[in-house]
Design a protein around this ligand. Structure first.
Ligand SMILES: O=C(O)c1ccc[n+]([C@@H]2O[C@H](COP(=O)([O-])O)[C@@H](O)[C@H]2O)c1
Ligand SMILES: Cc1cc2nc[nH]c2cc1C
Length: 348
């Protein structure tokens, strides 16, 4: 709890002076005003986060949090629960979607077991298991408040460790069969949208089962009545261990003035939790892409996110975050490698 409180206490507003200076600087580069569009906005955001006109994001890591979900037993997913553990082990072999895309972006992938429902003893998987899966949110709380804090603190610890090792760009990723159910519950709660509107097919659930999934979500919210002004309460009642850990990464990044890239639908639900805990976290977050998942747009709009990419992705794992690392780094190359009009001796 101390770790969470201290982290939240250290989150301050981003540097508005640097934002203004960066806005001025970007207009001096040899190009028509605003012609590098979102790259310019990214550079300005990075400057305001890091407090420097020369931000670097060359040391990247995606933190993949794995956890299982008791609500699996309600028939809300097309896949067996055992896929969570299997896929978690595959992350260490470099053969999954996130691994391929992180490799291209020259980003490290770190995998943590926060709540997989099986024993994983693997030297390359960080063992932060809090429990063997969450409670079934249709019938009981996902976890105790104490465990929710523990999940957040796993993310904080891992993020701090990576920042201490010199990482200057963090990405969130996850693996957890059935985790689009708690994510949609979180999105429904915060956006006020009916579960029917924000419940999607996740990993290819047959559409005939969608209304059942939405009903499970509706019942979970009605049963627990999470307090949306208390992000830890929401996480404990209808969340997941990997969702908490990703929210912890976001809070720690903000506290240390390091940008955090938000991946897809599940990561965005973690951003909703982080935002409920401390709204000042938002300008430290970079939304990578708009997931294909049904509720993704509502969640992004609620947070004021303008996702960088819209490529029809819905894999999760941190795949979209890894892909967007390239574009985010391009914004820093723009800043470092372009001449100013003055340097180029160009008068217009
Ligand atoms: O991040 C996304 O946008 C996303 C959208 C749909 C599915 N997923 C992944 O699919 C799994 C959850 O799907 P489901 O249908 O079992 O809830 C989980 O491992 C996620 O990483 C991820
Ligand atoms: C194979 C598979 C890989 C995944 N990666 C993230 N969620 C996933 C779900 C499945 C089913």
């Amino acid at each position: 709890m101390n770790m969470l409180n201290n982290t939240v206490k250290n989150i301050t507003e981003v540097d508005v002076h640097k934002r203004e200076e960066a806005t001025k600087r970007v207009d001096t580069l040899i190009k028509p005003l605003k012609s590098l569009g979102r790259l310019e906005e990214l550079y300005i955001q990075l400057a305001s986060i890091t407090g420097t006109l020369h931000p670097k994001v060359d040391k990247k890591v995606v933190l993949v949090m794995a956890g299982d979900h008791g609500v699996f037993s309600e028939g809300v997913t097309a896949f067996p629960q055992s896929i969570t553990a299997l896929q978690t082990e595959l992350f260490t072999k470099g053969v999954t979607g996130v691994c391929a895309l992180a490799r291209q972006a020259r980003a490290e992938v770190i995998v943590a077991d926060v709540g997989v429902a099986a024993d994983i003893n693997h030297p390359l998987i960080r063992n932060y298991k809090i429990a063997y899966g969450t409670g079934n949110i249709r019938r009981e709380a996902a976890m105790t408040r104490q465990k929710a804090v523990a999940a957040l603190e796993v993310g904080i610890r891992l993020a701090n460790e990576q920042i201490d090792q010199g990482k200057n760009l963090l990405g969130t990723g996850e693996m957890g069969i059935a985790n689009t159910t708690p994510s949609a519950a979180i999105v429904s709660l915060f956006t006020g949208k009916d579960p029917e509107e924000v419940t999607g097919v996740g990993a290819n659930l047959p559409t005939a089962k969608l209304s059942h999934k939405a009903l499970v979500i509706k019942e979970a919210i009605q049963r627990h009545k999470p307090n949306k002004t208390d992000g830890v309460d929401v996480l404990a009642k209808i969340g997941g261990f990997e969702i908490g850990a990703m929210a912890g990464v976001m809070l720690a990044g903000a506290a240390r003035k390091i940008p955090v890239v938000v991946d897809g639908f599940i990561s965005t639900s973690a951003a909703l939790i982080a935002h409920a805990i401390e709204p000042k976290v938002l300008p430290y977050l970079i939304p990578a892409h708009l997931s294909m998942e049904q509720g993704a747009k509502a969640a992004a709009e609620f947070l004021g996110f303008k996702p960088l990419l819209e490529l029809g992705l819905c894999l999760g794992e941190g795949s979209g975050a890894s892909l967007s690392f390239n574009i985010i780094e391009a914004a820093t190359f723009m800043n470092e490698d372009m001449m100013t009009f003055e340097e180029a001796g160009m008068k217009i």
